[in-house]
Design a protein around this ligand. Structure first.
Ligand SMILES: Nc1ncnc2c1ncn2[C@@H]1O[C@H](COP(=O)(O)OP(=O)(O)O)[C@@H](O)[C@H]1O
Ligand SMILES: [Mg+2]
Length: 153
């Protein structure tokens, strides 16, 4: 399914709908080129899950994982870009597994991951949702896949 996101407001609205659709333990993969809007969308999901505005939502590019407490449980936001610089997929897999996100999902955390596509197994398997963002003109287009994609139409 494809959604046109003409403005940032549309991306924020998609974040609100994703927040309504996710459950404890869900994995949401956010894919797309640099600048496509993955972090922007993750921030919108986090706010909609109830992360208060006085808590800054930083990009996890350098920290790899950021953790937030929300009224709906723990939210983890990861960015695996730096772990994918290696051409060695086995090494990347190991490094991703070491982050412990699969275990955190099993404990009920909601996990949003930028640059996680192709490594879902190392993230505890089966994303509830995969959002692939691409830049089109002044806006964005989101392709939605996964078990929960149809509930976002
Ligand atoms: N629908 C949209 N139309 C135009 N710009 C958008 C839209 N959604 C998000 N953006 C902008 O795209 C930029 C993407 O940055 P970011 O989320 O950091 O990208 P990424 O994490 O994919 O590298 C943000 O500055 C945001 O303002
Ligand atoms: Mg980002």
């Amino acid at each position: 399914m494809e959604l046109r996101l003409a403005s940032r407001r549309d991306t924020t609205r998609l974040g609100v709908r994703i927040a309504a659709a996710v459950a404890p333990g869900d994995l949401v993969l956010l894919a797309g080129d640099l600048g496509a809007g993955k972090t922007f969308l993750a921030r919108a999901v986090a706010r909609a899950l109830g992360v208060p505005t006085e808590i800054a939502i930083a990009s996890p590019t350098f920290t790899l994982v950021q953790e937030y407490a929300t009224p709906r449980g723990v939210l983890l936001h990861a960015d695996l870009y730096r772990l994918r610089e290696s051409d060695d997929d086995a090494k990347t897999s190991t490094e991703i597994r070491r982050l412990g996100l699969a275990e955190r999902r099993a404990e009920g955390a909601i996990v949003l991951v930028e640059w996680g596509e192709g490594f879902a197994r190392d993230l505890g398997g089966d994303p509830a949702l995969e959002v692939i963002l691409r830049i089109e003109g002044d806006g964005r287009v989101a392709t939605l896949r996964g078990l929960k994609a149809s509930s976002l139409a």
